[in-house]
Design a protein around this ligand. Sequence first.
Ligand code: TRP
Length: 334
Amino acid sequence: MPERKKRVFSGMQPSGEAHLGNYLGALRQWVEMQEDHDCVWCIVDDHAITAGGDPRELPKNVFDLAVSFLAVGLDPEKSIIFVQSDVHQHTELAWLFNAVTPVGELERMTQYKDKSQRFESVPAGIFNYPILQAADILLYLTDAVPVGEDQRQHLELTREIARKWNAAYGDLFPEPEAIIGKAGRILGLDGDAKMSKSLGNTVGVLAEPEEVWARVRTAVTDPQRVRRDDPGRPEVCNVYALHGFFTDEPTRDDIAARCRAGEIGCVDCKKILSAGISDAFAPFRERAEHFRNHPEEVRRILDDGAEKARAIASETMGRVRHLMGLEWREALDS
Ligand code: TRP
């Protein structure tokens, strides 16, 4: 008997087209994992509302992220791909997890501490956010979760919720392991913050070559390099770090040597990077074009994904409700 494939689950917030940071930090690994894992990929729109945002933009952002997912190679034949709000069991389980989640732990979350600074009156949604994330993950009895370093703490809390719930109600949930992306922290093109769409320091995975160049051209390099023939320091240069993902090793070594010798300027170095990114993303642009022209296909894929997700989710919820004493009719009858 072949061993059961490990179930992996991960989620991404819909803020439209995926960007370079999403690709290097997450989607690239997700695509690979499809080959030997039982994968569930979720567009987390119920999470997105905790940050406020314009409800008129959310549906399009969901659709655009779905197109990005499919364009980079997430494959509905291999994975379950769906939208969180299509499967109501996520929010239901999140509510039930309130029973075992320590407020003190929520207060310790660094992401909560950061985000709450931005509000005069802090919405409970950003406080409870990790409970919904735990529900996303545990609903599918997930074994492992590929996430960025910034989500490690949320995964720890998910494990604690699983342990506490199991201790209180019965052994149901596995303690999912975090698989932290090997790309490390991807700095934005501005060279000082994590890549994020809202900071405008990245480039979309579906951007045309001119757009890629327009973004890469502005990227910050070694700050000590002022003139073209100043010797540069590839080891501190963020553009050089990005070459690691898109440029072959001999070319990279050549760039590094010429940069140190002040023989290649930052503009030429960026042109090579920009071309590398554009080439790598060319198949994505082609697939995206197909899906944009066939939105009904995207809908069908997401409908189908939601149906498969719901089948697993409702099975888990049946057991959860039973163990938590919420199936009162059946209990009284027996
Ligand atoms: N909080 C995650 C992020 O901002 C997104 C997310 C929501 C998620 N639910 C998840 C990630 C479940 C992994 C598993 O990146």
